[in-house]
Design a protein around this ligand. Sequence first.
Ligand code: SF4
Length: 428
Amino acid sequence: MPPVNLGLPAPPARRRRSRALTLGKGPDAVIVGGDAPVSVQSMTTTPTADVDATLQQIAELTAAGCEIVRVAVPSQDDADVLPTIVARSGIPVIADIHFQPRYVFAAIEAGCAAVRVNPGNIKRFDDRVAEIARAAAEYGTPIRIGVNAGSLDARLLAKHGRATPEALVESALWECSLFEEHGFTDLKISVKHHDPLTMIRAYELLAEACDYPLHLGVTEAGPPPQGVVKSAVAFGILLRQGIGDTIRVSLSAPPVEEVKVGLSILASLGLREPRLEIVSCPSCGRAQVDVYTLTQKVQAAFEGFPRPLRVAVMGCVVNGPGEAREADIGVSSGNGKGQIFVRGRVVATVPESRIVEALIEEALKLDGEDAETAEDTETAEDTETAEDTEDVAGAEGAGPAGAGAAVPRGREPAEADTRAVPGAAGAG
Ligand code: SF4
């Protein structure tokens, strides 16, 4: 039978093959590139030398889902506190260095997970590459070559006339070649521009020209919603082509917002499980509840909920029951009431004033039930594993014939195979 065309989008293109870099050490290390998931990063806005404020912001970013954090190092005071920040951060810390090569060495020695340099504005950078490569190799510190349209090397600006995609790529590859001359290739690259189309083209050219992991960013993207839209469009187009290993959404807004937007972009592309997805209608003349206010209240109430959840907030019965049924938890409003859905079933009808409370109550119940189910499954699996171990030990004790038998004693192969399925499905 010929396949039925459901009009669904084509599956994602294969991911571009990039080298894998490890940022940080120990259990908090994050891999960028290779087969690792695309990571989300942001940058602190506190003076780095204010250790308490910086660590507080790093903790808030970590709680929001940030996986890598960058801190600015514009002064010796900032460089001096790097060892403390690195030691007390729960996620890898990257030092962002402009103008002063000596801070690059300080950051490497402080144990930063990586150092971002901007070749366009580091004084005498090209002359110091040998020393930087040596120190970075000794400490196992990757370097990000971060080219920005606003600070493109004057030689390339003169050659290309402006910060074209070709100029950005040439700058990045030139700096990479300087490191390569010294045998150092633990590099990742960004070529940022405020214009998404220029940025997209630059990354496409870069992706063809090398296999270094790529850090995506639309620089100076502006405040929301403009910055959100620019980043979503650019990242969406590139990630859909398999280009990009880590992302930073640059917003003129608190950095936690950057992380939320970044995670949301990845979730929209199917590259991450959404933490909280609100399916809410835009409201219209049929709405029988203030959808905007209700949605804001629901979003605030579910912020930080401990499990991924899809919550539907619908304004009337036209699409309400359908969407509410599809979600984990949902409400379809009408006549001053809310019909509460849990995984497709109506579980209650409550007055409008109790909708948010009822949704939270049901979500907590659901969370408890899921935790119980997971516990039961784990216990059953543990018991089965113990039984199987005993059985296999018995079979091994039975001599050469038993040792060769992978199937527990007394069970048919078919039974053993069937029993393996729930565990395998659970793992997926
Ligand atoms: S669910 Fe009802 S209120 Fe909301 S947009 Fe659709 S028709 Fe309008």
